[in-house]
Design a protein around this ligand. Structure first.
Ligand code: P5A
Ligand code: ZN
Length: 468
């Protein structure tokens, strides 16, 4: 695709996912097809979270006094908060923030909930809308002002060690989640100046988009005891002493759906992995005047068989030319199409066409064979989409030895470039400024030699890109 931005906007429209014409910048409407994908994505995520975490729901408004308590946190968000200042005709005594994220909504309550070590751990999540008055260029799903799908997990622990382990739990859940959606990622530890405001450190997932820029698709934060001290989240330990709790939080957003679209789409439009596709199979009966009854009897039966075998299937019986229907369902990204025409009836066969690679196959029509074949094809599609997306992320990740190469590679090829780095904040910021790049973060690795930028001792492998 030549112009990703344009392609992306077209897909949202043509696949009937979202309507971006809502009259507030940074806010869009979910259309039924988009909403269905969102729902399937969320249930994939929530199934993973539900193993160890419980779902809750907190209010959307946060009193200014609470939001302002954690100084570093509020500083990080001060330019992005929407405020409610009036109720009807009256000015409010205290203005209320629309949550930009929910730490300061949840943690005053956590303080009431935690008394002794037996109240710990707390592991909860919610899926809500949050609001951020983003000043950078907004784009549907990617950078929005109302994040309509903010899934945030918050945990409280008795020890630093447990919080550290929870960070790994969060990372593993997100890995599994992205793997199920066949979304590729690189994980790194954000540099000091780019960590979540108020956190001890931030681990982030980044995907390389088709235009070579990276998108942060999820973050896991170790909050240490900073918020516990601010919000007085304390527990009595075995020995009767009061200790501050250790916390983590992690979150994902609508961006995951942008990543899903970007990772698998092609020139024809959307390609949705079977796992989250509203319809996994679309059946197109090819009807002529004299055979309608026969064909429809066949396709109704086929639809029924697939449905009872747990496959999400739909039949398009509209009075339109088949070619028009093919085109429409391709644009909508349905993974598999089954065509049934008079010839196929005669031979007792159906034709399957994969959306991802256009491959056409004939399959015998008996119940067992058709179900096995369809399930097998859906599986292959999932695996091939994953392989293709993973290959792209891998091919677009380069390792370099000098800043010169670093600069050239990023500007010519995009993607993620890795190099040896000292880890010093000043050196990092200098590098970002001088070369117009972004440091995503570091990965622990056995590095030897010099920092590409300052020539000091290298301590990390650094990941660099241009970001969304
Ligand atoms: C973790 C959950 C937090 O807010 N508090 C609760 C922590 N982290 S975060 O990194 O600031 O946001 C989590 C993820 O949300 C996505 N995101 C956005 N998506 C769309 N539009 C935005 N304006 C936006 N801002 C953040 C990112 O994927 C981020 O990792
Ligand atoms: Zn350096």
């Amino acid at each position: 695709m030549k112009n990703f931005s344009e392609w992306f906007h077209n897909v949202l429209e043509e696949a009937e996912l979202m309507d971006a014409r809502y009259p507030i910048k940074g806010m869009s409407v979910w259309l039924p097809r988009g909403f269905q994908i969102r729902k399937n994505v969320l249930s994939t995520l929530e199934e993973l979270l539900d193993e160890e975490h419980e779902e809750v729901l907190f209010p959307m408004l946060i009193p200014e006094s609470e939001l302002a308590k954690e100084a570093i946190h509020v500083k990080g968000f001060e330019e992005e908060v929407y405020w409610v200042t009036r109720g009807g005709l009256r000015d409010l005594n205290e203005q209320l923030a629309l949550r930009p994220t929910s730490e300061t909504s949840m943690y005053p309550m956590f303080s009431l909930w935690v008394r002794s070590h037996i109240d710990l751990p707390i592991k909860v999540y919610q899926t809500v809308n949050t609001f951020r008055y983003e000043t950078k260029h907004t784009r549907p799903l990617i950078r929005v002002r109302e994040i309509t799908t903010f899934n945030e997990t918050h945990t409280v622990h008795a020890t630093q060690q447990e919080a550290e382990e929870e960070v790994q739990v969060g990372i593993n859940i997100y890995k599994e989640f992205f793997d199920e959606l066949a979304i590729p990622y690189s994980i790194s530890k954000r540099p000091e100046w780019d960590k979540f405001p108020g956190s001890k450190y931030t681990m982030a997932f980044d995907m390389i988009m088709p235009d070579g820029k990276t998108l942060q698709i999820g973050t896991v934060h170790n909050l240490g005891t900073t918020f516990a001290k601010t919000f007085d989240i304390k527990f009595e330990n075995d020995g009767g002493e009061h200790e501050y709790a250790h916390q983590t939080c992690y979150g994902l957003s609508d961006r995951v759906i942008a990543a899903l679209i970007a990772a698998h789409g092609d020139e024809k439009g959307l390609v949705i992995p079977p796992q989250v596709a509203p319809e996994q199979v679309i059946i197109i009966p090819i009807i002529f005047k004299d055979n309608a009854d026969e064909v429809l009897k066949f396709t109704d039966n086929l639809e029924e068989i697939l449905k009872t075998n747990g496959i999400r299937v739909k039949q398009d019986k509209r009075d339109l030319r088949p070619g028009k229907k093919y085109y429409e369902w391709e644009k909508r990204g349905v993974p598999l199409r089954i065509e049934v025409g008079p010839k196929d009836l005669e031979n007792n066969k159906v034709v399957t066409i994969r959306r991802d690679n256009g491959k056409k196959e004939f399959t015998d029509y008996d119940e067992a064979t058709i179900v096995d074949t369809v399930k097998g094809l859906l599986n292959s599609i999932t695996m091939d989409l994953k392989q293709r997306a993973d290959n792209f992320q891998e091919e677009k990740t380069y390792s370099v030895n000098t800043v010169d190469q670093l600069k050239k590679t990023i500007n010519k090829k995009g993607g993620i470039v890795t190099a040896n780095w000292c880890g010093d904040s000043e050196c990092g910021k200098d590098m970002e400024e001088k070369y117009g790049i972004d440091i995503l973060g570091t990965q622990d690795a056995d590095v030897e030699g010099e920092c590409v930028n300052c020539g000091g001792d290298a301590n990390y492998k650094v990941l660099v890109s241009k970001t969304y």
